[in-house]
Design a protein around this ligand. Structure first.
Ligand code: SF4
Length: 491
């Protein structure tokens, strides 16, 4: 049966935004803080402004197959699909793209997998065809405003020559953040994206919203990749603090009880962060918040001011307890100073009652077992609330990948999957079995200490009082699986 003209118009003005993530393949995996795909949410709000209705499917945390997701999308008669993905699910995203294209849905790739694809297209001629059978258009770099601009052109005239420039990997788009509309979080999303681990400072908070105040990071770490970042590029683009205050108020009105700042480098620009903290205090927002930070960008005065404006938790990239490894990955020019600063900052965090997650990495180039032992010892010494240990991963868009031989690149490119939790390639001279052993050993050495367990129970007494806490967290996971990570934007 054919579609009526009003149905065709509806179809043309509608789309789907999908984040593909391999975590959907496993029911039991390393517990992780599930972040929303904030770039897609910016795009969604922008499209809403041009009267284009969309819904969001987040495959991080749902267990549906690509086929099932594709069938669902096809049944909704959308005109276009914007697909965000990462290195570790590039095959799945290509399968999804092909499926949708075969059903006349226009497919647009955004996110880190686009960077990987641009590199693979240069290295493997056959990949050019593979990619073009899955995607009509690819937007490299920061997609937020560019994607809104592009869809608007596409809806007006898909044969427009200006659309053609999105068919190749010609441009890396800078963020254009002046008029970005606020991303919107439904009640369900605020719960689904809650910080998942018990922290006494945040014990009554169930609903979270996410805000990005800046794009870019001026640092130059060897392992830096779009796979773990929120923005692209080194140049820093900052939003006006008064707009951020407005956005915080917007989320509070919608029910958010806490804010997670998603910037790659929130504390890099001292004027930006000081002005933001000042305004948060002056406007008495009184909302708890968390963020990511580098230890070398924190000091007593900034932490004191941040704590007064509601900072409750920081995730800090410590990386290694070995000065040599810090210098090898170019985290800092002096590894010893970096580690001294890490120790200083974790003392300050305790002084200001700010909870912490220390992020470590193992498997960095030339790392030895003694280096890993130094990291374990540093983790125990600084005693954060949680640690997270990632594996050094040679994503295609890292500077490290560019330093590898053709042979190593070929090996990496034939891996079925590489991911910071279970990367299978390493040049540290350890077998996979040894590497797995040290990864688990790191966690055990930190978490299975009597002193840690006692401290955890003391700090989180509320867990015993609120027996429902874990049940609620489990329920969230199950509900998330039931609704399939599908968020309707008819708000
Ligand atoms: S600090 Fe983080 S975001 Fe910045 S370059 Fe290093 S890894 Fe990338």
């Amino acid at each position: 049966m054919g579609l009526s003209s009003s149905e065709i118009n509806k179809q043309k003005g509608s789309g789907v935004l999908i984040r593909v993530d391999r975590s959907n393949h496993s029911w039991i995996s390393h517990p992780r803080h599930k972040h929303p795909p904030l770039d897609l949410l910016f795009i969604q709000s922008g499209l809403q402004k041009i009267k284009c209705s969309t819904y969001l499917i987040d495959m991080w945390g749902n267990h549906h197959s690509i086929e099932k997701i594709s069938k669902h999308i096809i049944s909704t008669h959308v005109f276009f699909a914007i697909i965000k993905a990462y290195s570790w699910c590039i095959q799945e995203t290509i399968a999804l793209g092909k499926y949708l294209r075969n059903h006349n849905i226009i497919t647009i790739a955004v996110g880190q997998h686009v960077h990987c694809a641009s590199i693979l297209c240069k290295e493997k001629k056959s990949f050019v065809n593979t990619w073009s059978t899955a995607f009509d258009y690819s937007i490299m770099g920061n997609p937020e405003s560019e994607c809104i601009r592009f869809i608007s052109q596409l809806l007006n005239d898909s044969d427009n020559v200006s659309c053609k420039r999105y068919q190749h990997f010609q441009h890396t788009y800078e963020p254009d953040i002046k008029d970005l509309p606020f991303p919107q979080f439904t009640y369900r999303m605020m719960i689904d994206y809650a910080f998942p681990f018990p922290v006494s400072q945040l014990n009554h908070i169930k609903k979270w919203a996410y805000i990005q105040t800046s794009w870019g990071c001026p640092h130059n770490c060897l392992h830096c990749s779009g796979a773990v970042r929120k923005s692209y590029g080194k140049k820093l683009y900052k939003r006006n603090p008064s707009t951020i205050i407005e956005e915080i108020r917007f989320h509070i009105q919608k029910g958010a009880q806490a804010i997670c700042f998603e910037d790659d480098a929130l504390f890099t620009d001292k004027d930006h962060i000081r002005l933001l903290l000042q305004q948060m205090q002056q406007k008495s927002l009184n909302i708890p918040w968390m963020a990511h930070a580098r230890p070398d960008e924190l000091d007593e005065s900034i932490l004191k001011s941040a704590a007064s404006s509601g900072l409750k938790l920081l995730k800090i990239g410590v990386e290694s307890g070995s000065p040599k490894q810090i210098e090898i990955i170019e985290k800092a020019t002096c590894g010893k100073e970096w580690i001294a600063q890490v120790k200083h900052v974790f003392k300050l965090l305790k002084q200001f009652k700010i909870a912490s997650v220390a992020m470590f990495m193992i498997g960095t180039p030339e790392e030895t077992v003694s280096d890993i032992d130094r990291s374990i010892s540093l983790a125990r010494d600084i005693s954060p609330d949680y640690i997270q240990v990632q594996r050094f991963t040679p994503y295609l868009d890292t500077r490290f990948y560019q330093t590898l031989s053709k042979k190593d690149r070929r090996t990496i490119n034939t891996l079925s999957c590489y991911h910071y939790s279970f990367n299978k390639w390493s040049d540290v001279g350890m077998s996979e079995k040894q590497f797995n052993h040290y990864h688990i050993h790191f966690y055990r050495s930190f978490y299975l200490r009597v002193s840690f367990i006692m401290k955890f129970l003391k700090k989180n007494k509320f867990l015993l009082a609120q027996k429902s806490f874990l049940i609620e967290r489990l329920k969230n996971v199950l509900i998330n699986h039931n609704h399939g990570g599908l968020y309707d934007c008819s708000m």
